[in-house]
Write a protein that binds this ligand. Structure first.
Ligand SMILES: C[S@@+](CC[C@H](N)C(=O)[O-])C[C@H]1O[C@@H](n2cnc3c(N)ncnc32)[C@H](O)[C@@H]1O
Length: 274
């Protein structure tokens, strides 16, 4: 589904790539993924999201990339595979889990909004957020700073009670019942997650549409009948773009199928020029 008026939208505007091109690059990434530095990236991205991050970065070809929420560093590795010449800033507030360390990136420990980015070419920078901070607030902050290209991980629908307010929840007018979910409670204990309830509303949707030019939930490689939470993966509760592949026909596709449950509605946002 792709509509601009429904609360079940998965896209606004036209993305700077095609589904055919995405499909054509799946095998290349599967080969790279077989040589990833971290075999089991629990708590971080697997092939179902890393392909999308890698694909978007190699398509956008930014001069500068800011990665917020590094964890063990698997995302940093995928970004480097996509854009080996980009200037890369990696931000996390806790480096205890880092396994893969880039020799080229600049590592920063303060929140994205606490840095001076005046030296960075705004039009040619992509910011990747996987830090579990409110995505509506992040979008507004990024827009004020003059950047235009964002990728958000964990762009969850409201149904599973995720711990972070996502653009998808805002577009679905769902708000965030943070206090009702164990993940939000666990997140608050480690001090990184949303600790506020956001009342269901249409105003965040309206605010986002004023600044967003393109919103694209990147398609899963495969979908499964049931989500990782055990309920039916239907378009009412989990509006999702059509998967890139319908069934496994080549051995290299198997990893995408095996990890399909971890899809997170990762999205690309291009902000309107100010
Ligand atoms: C889900 S993990 C990131 C996973 C990683 N992108 C991957 O796929 O391997 C979230 C990370 O965000 C970090 N984090 C929390 N608050 C942050 C902030 N304000 N800025 C940057 N990172 C933050 C956490 O320390 C944690 O390492």
């Amino acid at each position: 589904m792709s509509a601009t008026t429904s609360t079940h939208l998965t896209a606004i505007g036209t993305p700077p790539w095609t589904r055919d091109d995405m499909r054509a690059k799946l095998e290349t990434f599967a080969t790279l993924y077989a040589n990833r530095p971290i075999t089991n990236n629990a708590g971080g991205m697997s092939s179902s999201h890393l392909f999308l991050l890698w694909y978007a970065m190699q398509a956008l070809k930014p001069k500068v990339i800011i990665e917020c929420g590094v964890w063990r560093g698997q995302g940093t590795w995928a970004i480097e595979q996509a854009c080996p010449d980009a200037e890369l800033y990696c931000i996390d507030i806790n480096w205890k889990n880092l396994v893969y360390r880039s020799t080229k990136a600049t590592y920063l420990s303060k929140d994205f909004e606490k840095h001076d980015w005046s030296h960075v070419p705004k039009e040619e920078t992509v910011i990747f957020f996987d830090d579990h901070i409110d995505a509506v607030a992040r979008t507004q902050a990024v827009q004020k700073l003059g950047f235009r290209h964002i990728l958000f991980e964990d762009n969850y629908p409201p149904q599973d009670g995720s711990d972070v307010y996502s653009l998808k929840m805002a577009f679905m007018h769902a708000g965030l019942k943070a206090s009702q979910h164990w993940r939000a409670i666990a997140g608050r204990l480690i001090g990184t997650r949303s600790d506020r309830t956001i009342t269901p509303n249409a105003s965040d949707d309206a605010k986002l549409r004023q600044v967003i030019d393109v919103y694209e939930e990147m398609p899963p490689v495969f979908t499964l009948p049931v989500t990782r939470w055990g309920d039916a993966w239907d378009n009412e509760n989990y509006p999702t773009p059509e998967p890139l592949l319908a069934s496994v026909t080549e051995p290299w596709q198997q990893v995408y199928y095996d990890e399909a449950q971890w899809y997170t509605w990762l999205c690309y946002v291009r902000l309107a020029r100010r």
